[in-house]
Design a protein around this ligand. Structure first.
Ligand SMILES: [Zn+2]
Length: 287
């Protein structure tokens, strides 16, 4: 896993697009900004990869050359707890993402597990675990062994994806990567992270359930977030004092636990705020 904490944007930063950058230009441009991670957005993909293999491979070559770690955000059209047809289509979408992730050398496909819908929560969750086991079997059959699937902690109360559920998936299914979206957890629990201690609690829980290495190697999403009583509403930039959580508090815990997470910035200022977080962590570590 990562050799040191890494930072990067969720998708291609606005300024890169203005510059007319292709996806294979992104790693070089990120390196120029001193960033070293990139989450490719495959969020609208269907049941086939929507990137050509040669383009994906070229992105991978450039990423390695520029020491940028690539991850992929998988299709939003995944619900592993739904009706049978929905679950089957969702599995194929995950496999399509994993196939392209392998081409580009991405180490994880982050995804949203699903919705409880009309099912009882524990039943919906059980379906999700079974569907994931199947998906991993299919991936193995296709020779996809270097790409993990990364179920993410979700921000709305009707979505599968509490911390406990995500940890349970990581315990029960092979080839999983823990993905902690701190903002989602903040929103789901109405402003859970108010002090360093609140972040530490999560790190300790992860360590207790999955071990020290898994806690150090977590893949993270971070942004400021606005929420309602149902949870997540909207992502905000780091400089908005009205919203939490505060990255400086997480930085304390990263330093304390000697973590080396990959931290993907999901604020509207993708690369700019990623650099801010990187600098905040540096200041904390230098103290
Ligand atoms: Zn997500």
């Amino acid at each position: 896993m990562a050799d040191h904490p890494r930072f990067g944007p969720a998708g291609v930063p606005h300024i890169f697009r203005i510059l007319g950058a292709q996806s294979f230009d992104v790693p070089r441009l990120l390196r120029e900004e001193g960033l070293d991670a990139f989450e490719y957005q495959a969020v609208r993909w269907g049941q086939k990869p929507q990137i050509k293999r040669e383009d994906a491979e070229r992105l991978g070559v450039e990423a390695r050359k520029n020491d940028v770690w690539v991850s992929m955000h998988g299709s939003y059209y995944v619900n592993l707890s739904g009706k049978k047809e929905v679950v089957e289509a969702s599995k194929r979408r995950l496999v399509a993402c994993a196939t392209a992730a392998q081409w580009m050398g991405a180490y994880v496909v982050v995804f949203h597990t699903g919705f409880y819908g009309r099912f009882e929560k524990s039943y919906a969750f059980k379906n999700c675990v079974e569907a994931l086991k199947d998906t991993v079997e299919t991936m193995k059959g296709l020779g996809i062994r270097d790409v993990k699937l990364g179920p993410e902690t979700m921000g709305r109360v009707f979505q599968v994806g509490t911390l406990d559920e995500i940890l349970t998936i990581c315990e029960e299914v092979e080839q999983m990567q823990l993905v902690i979206d701190w903002s989602h957890m903040h929103a789901r629990r109405q402003g859970r992270f108010r002090a360093v201690e609140d972040f530490r609690e999560v790190a300790e829980e992860v360590e207790r359930r999955l071990g020290t290495e898994a806690a150090r190697d977590m893949h993270c999403h971070f942004s400021k977030i606005e929420y309602t009583d149902k949870g997540e509403r909207r992502h905000h930039v780091l400089d908005e004092p009205r919203y939490g959580p505060d990255f400086a508090m997480l930085a304390e815990v990263i330093a304390e636990f000697k973590m080396r997470p990959v931290i993907i910035c999901e604020t509207p200022l993708l690369d700019v705020d990623a650099m801010k977080m990187r600098d905040t962590l540096r200041e904390v570590m230098d103290r």
